[in-house]
Structure formats: C-alpha cells, structure tokens
Design a binder for this molecule. Sequence first.
Ligand SMILES: [Zn+2]
Length: 143
Amino acid sequence: MYEISHSAPYKYFGAFRFSADDDSDLPLFDDWIDKEWDQNERNKVLDYLKKATCLVAASCMNDCPKCGESFGIATFSDGLWVWDSDFIHYIEVHSLKLPSELIERIQHREYLSPVLSELEQDKIMAAMSGITVEEYRNWRHSI
Ligand SMILES: [Zn+2]
C-alpha cells in the first residue's frame, strides 16, 4: 500500500520514511524500490517528471537520506500530480517506483508534460498550502 496526500484535486507523492523504526504514516522507502522496472520506460517517465512545470524552487540544497547526494530543492506539477526534486533523485538513483495511477496518467499523456499557466500554478500552490488562491498570491507578492 502507499499513501498519497490529497490537497483536492491535486495529488502529492514522494514523502517516505527511511527506517522501519520510524512510526510515521509515510510509506517505507525500501518497499518502493523496483530494480526490474524497464529502463526505457523509466527514462521516459523521468523525462516527463523533469520537464513538468516547476512551481517553486529553493536556493538551498537537500541531502538524500539514502546516499547523501545533494540536489536542489524544487516542486513540480503536471496539473494533477505534485512532486519534489528528491522524488526524481529517488527514481533515477535508487530505482524507486511510482504509483500505478501516476504511471497510467503519464502513459495516457504520451509522456508529454503539460505547460501550466500562472493561474494553474497558483491554484496548486494554494491548495497544497491550504489557503485560497488570493491568499497565496498576496503572500507571493509580499516576499
Ligand atoms: Zn540518493
């Protein structure tokens, strides 16, 4: 089983616990490793995830809890699903698999990420933050 966070109508996936001793509700990272996933298919999915609209990027780095590699922090979306840059690292380096629901969406879109308008991006960020679009825009313009 896996957990998908819903900030309706958007779906977030990519947060894990890295130790079985961690009693959070997050899915266990090691349960999501799939080294059998077809490499060609994996590369097409990675391309989709990397070329999706970047909603927000931070000027700091994050370290992978598995291998220690540093990577930039950013959040992406295809207009329905939302994921962070560490999710891309997990797939690329650690053979993480995706929920079948997300793979089916990517296949259905023929591996082409949609370009999101500013309004669509603001709607997603507002929903993920639990505030209205207007509140989100006011906050964004205040920083
Ligand atoms: Zn790593």
